[in-house]
Write a protein that binds this ligand. Structure first.
Ligand code: TXA
Ligand code: MG
Length: 323
């Protein structure tokens, strides 16, 4: 792919979300990603490969457990953070001693990676802190002016970012939940710690304010969703609702999306639904709390982060970003 070789950015589909790619061996090209996203330059990015055979180029020492996970889950929505090889640029790793790698399964991502023949550094193709794109048009709307090439591979099959795990000494830690669950990983490697500790590498998607719509968002206990929508919409204020069922009655001034009760479908649609509600001109987005259980873990994680990024203190529609 010539644009990548020329140091240009290429947005491409993966099975999780769209990525904003650059030649991972060209630091100037990787810096363009940060500029386009408005992302702080010390945040590391994932290196995408077409197959595990290129791992030794990027990773100093591939843990045996990582090999087993690669065999089981690659190509697929699992990112592994491992010790970096000496020639990996600081622009990719944010200056850390580790590098994150993933082999995506989307056929168009596979084609691009195979044709390019190297590693493609790619974060999600959205402005920093905003919702990840799951359709080419999301990328075009948000970053279109800054990207020469946007490959359109239709809607992303999973719709939520990959699971990220980090190898630290003898332990393995889940830094970001995704479609590959902790239980699935434990089946292959035994023990898996959950969440970052102070020693863990930085995960900006792991800061609490992230993956956020512009409209303030609140998570509401399941039984209260109709009452809260009714209450907030009194006096003509417009309210957006993301629920798992239809409203009990017709509410005035309420835009209501029934995202259903199946976690795969809910996750697949989540970012598109939040984008739709964000554009509905509402003062607040209310989200019906999702069920407990592992299949909802990644969804719950993204909802909590999206809700954390705005102040609950006012209903003016203004956005207050947490420190
Ligand atoms: O599904 C995905 O992972 C998508 C697609 C495009 O592959 N990519 C994605 O990239 O979500 P991004 O940059 O939006 O999120 C990747 C996360 C970031 O929070 C980043 O900090 C973390 O991975 N990360 C990257 N390199 C790391 C490293 N060396 N150590 C710890 N975290 C790292
Ligand atoms: Mg992202």
């Amino acid at each position: 792919m010539q644009a990548l070789r020329d140091g240009e950015l290429v947005a491409f589909p993966t099975e999780t979300v769209y990525g904003l790619g650059a030649n991972a061996q060209n630091p100037a090209a990787v810096r363009k990603i940060f500029q386009a996203k408005g992302r702080p330059s010390n945040h590391p990015v994932i290196v995408h490969l077409d197959s595990p055979r290129f791992l030794p180029r990027w990773v100093r020492e591939v843990p045996e457990a990582a090999m087993r996970l690669a065999e089981r889950f690659w190509p697929g929505p699992l990112t592994m953070v491992m010790p970096r090889a000496s020639n990996v640029h600081d622009a990719v790793t944010g200056g850390q001693d580790t590098v994150a790698v993933r082999v995506p399964s989307h056929p168009m991502a596979q084609q691009l990676l195979t044709a390019f023949g190297g590693g493609i550094a790619a974060p999600s193709a959205n402005r920093f802190g905003k919702l990840s794109p799951t359709r080419a048009e999301h990328v075009r709307e948000e970053l279109g002016e800054q990207i020469k090439v946007i490959l359109d591979g239709g809607e992303c099959q999973i719709g939520l970012e990959s699971s990220i795990i980090a190898f630290q000494g003898q332990s393995v830690r889940l830094l970001r939940p995704g479609a590959i669950t902790a239980a699935q990983i434990r089946e292959v490697i035994g023990e898996l710690l959950i969440g970052a500790d102070v020693e863990s590498p930085r995960v900006p998607g792991g800061t609490s304010s992230h993956y956020a719509p512009t409209t303030p968002m609140t998570i509401v206990p399941t039984g209260e969703i109709d009452a809260r929508a009714e209450e907030l919409s009194e006096g003509g204020r417009r309210v957006a609702v993301l629920a798992q069922r239809l409203p009990l009655k017709g509410h005035k001034y309420v835009t209501w999306i029934n995202a259903g009760r199946r976690p795969e479908q809910y996750g697949h649609d989540l970012y598109t639904n939040l984008r739709t509600l964000d554009k509905a001109g509402c003062q607040r987005i209310l989200v019906q709390d999702v069920p407990e259980g592992e299949r909802w873990t990644a969804i719950r994680d993204r909802l909590l982060r999206a809700a954390a990024s705005v102040s609950d203190a006012d209903d003016s529609g203004s956005v207050a970003v947490l420190p």
